[in-house]
Design a protein around this ligand. Structure first.
Ligand SMILES: NC(=O)C1=CN([C@@H]2O[C@H](COP(=O)(O)OP(=O)(O)OC[C@H]3O[C@@H](n4cnc5c(N)ncnc54)[C@H](OP(=O)(O)O)[C@@H]3O)[C@@H](O)[C@H]2O)C=CC1
Ligand SMILES: O=C1OC[C@@H](O)[C@H](O)[C@H]1O
Length: 400
């Protein structure tokens, strides 16, 4: 067998998820059965200081010769970087991704991809013009669990999917946790709120089960009806959002399919860590597929068929041995002992694309990411939520 190819990553930003991602990146792909590629980290950049970038490299166990930069510009200019992972707040993704693409770098960008669909269209155009890979880091789509769920649907196990319920909500106690309103979860300047941060996963489940499973030429945009409740203390960020979607389908494909995607910073999908309530329910005439919380990192599915069959499956993340020590920000460690976090699946997809010259992710291409941004735009329009002009703009460069 040919020896594995190594992809050299540059990490743009040094916050919470950048750390988790980088630790997962450094787990040997052979531990999850991936033989044809390897990852390494050759550089990281902080927008605030070189020392912060150096601390990040030390903390994540990056190779000793990895470069620490005190600006994102230096990172994207580094000729040793094959691909850039962007882990800044939502507000900054458009500017940061454009910076990397302009510098000729392929990009894996954290969710939500951008603040609005227009920004993403511009990034997609730029990636096309420069012939560069661009993908949204919706890691859940790349889990073996998600692949299994999609296969159950396309194999007709429950019949044509007629309805999906998808929730990703956390009782965050925002007035206590994010008292001063500056945290990215509630800060309008950083495109805070439930929808872009958590609701994107509810929509991910809706789209990967009702839309992505359709033949490409049968996929049609849904009609959207939304209700939004604002988070009172910071005003321009949603606390709870509920979206009803209707996907047009031909009669042969089962007719129109409905979905309800919900998200909240006030109430939880699974109160007190109780994970017995499925947050995702995918329903067809033959039964339903249930996915247990959290929607962004599920490890358990159940299939319940009309004939009484019940199939439970566990999907532990393979591990480096020590786990990446991830905490969910609300106190609980969600990684079991010895597990990785699971961000390596999307990293493998991106690295494979770079090696093989593909320009988009296989399980969520740019058109689908744009459509999901359009749904979020529509939900914000109906809910009356706009963000400050400087982060909604497509003007590049804009100083944030
Ligand atoms: N896939 C997943 O499971 C998760 C994804 N995310 C996504 O990752 C992104 C980052 O989230 P998270 O790591 O929690 O955020 P953090 O606040 O922990 O980190 C954000 C990073 O962005 C850099 N940054 C640049 N400009 C700013 C600014 N004006 N304000 C704040 N930070 C700034 C920071 O500094 P510096 O440049 O110095 O590093 C910081 O390191 C978001 O898009 C979020 O939705 C978050 C959590 C989980
Ligand atoms: O992507 C995410 O998943 C985990 C959550 O805790 C976090 O807020 C969100 O950004």
């Amino acid at each position: 067998m040919a020896s594995p190819k190594t992809v050299r990553w540059g990490i743009l930003a040094t916050g919470g998820i950048a750390k988790t991602f980088t630790k997962d990146l450094l787990v040997d792909p052979a531990t999850r059965g991936v033989q044809h590629l390897r990852h390494t980290v050759v550089a990281a950049a902080s927008s605030s200081s070189v020392s912060r970038a150096q601390d990040f490299l030390n903390d994540t166990g990056a190779p000793a010769d990895a470069k620490a930069y005190g600006s994102y510009q230096e990172l994207v200019s580094d000729p040793n970087v094959d691909i850039v992972y962007i882990a800044t707040p939502h507000s900054h993704h458009y500017q940061n991704a454009m910076l990397a693409l302009e510098a000729g770098k392929p990009v894996l960008c954290e969710k939500a991809f951008t603040v609005n669909a227009e920004q993403l269209r511009k990034l997609a155009d730029k990636a096309k013009e420069k012939e560069l890979f661009l993908m949204e880091a919706v890691w859940t789509r790349y889990f073996p669990l998600s692949i299994y769920v999609r296969e159950q649907i396309t194999s007709g196990r429950i019949g044509p999917v007629a309805r999906v319920f998808a929730d990703n909500s956390m009782a965050c106690d925002p007035e206590v946790q994010w008292k001063d309103g500056t945290n990215r979860m509630v800060n309008p300047e950083l495109a805070g709120g439930a929808l872009l941060d958590l609701g994107i996963y509810s929509l991910t489940w809706v789209f990967q089960t009702l839309y992505h499973t359709q033949p490409a030429d049968a996929r049609k945009p849904p009609k959207v009806l939304a209700a939004m409740k604002n988070y009172a203390p910071t005003k321009q960020a949603d606390e709870t959002t509920t979206i009803v979607l209707s996907f047009p389908r031909s009669h042969q494909a089962g007719g129109d399919a409905h979905a309800i995607a919900t998200t909240s910073l006030r109430v939880a999908t699974s109160p007190a860590g109780n994970q017995d309530v499925p947050g995702i329910r995918i329903q067809g005439p033959g039964g339903e597929i249930q996915v247990f919380p959290p929607a962004f990192r599920p490890t358990r599915t159940r299939i319940v068929l009309q004939d009484g069959t019940v199939e439970d499956k566990d999907w532990p993340q393979p591990g480096p041995g020590e786990g990446s020590g991830w905490r969910n920000g609300f106190g609980a460690t969600t990684n079991a002992e010895g597990e990785g976090h699971g961000m390596f699946w999307e990293a493998d997809e991106a690295a494979d694309a770079v090696i093989n010259g593909r320009k988009e992710g296989r399980y969520e291409g740019l058109d689908e990411s744009i459509l999901i941004m359009e749904v979020m735009d529509e939900a914000r329009k109906q809910g009356g939520l706009t963000y400050p002009d400087k982060i909604e703009t497509t003007k590049y460069p804009t100083q944030l």
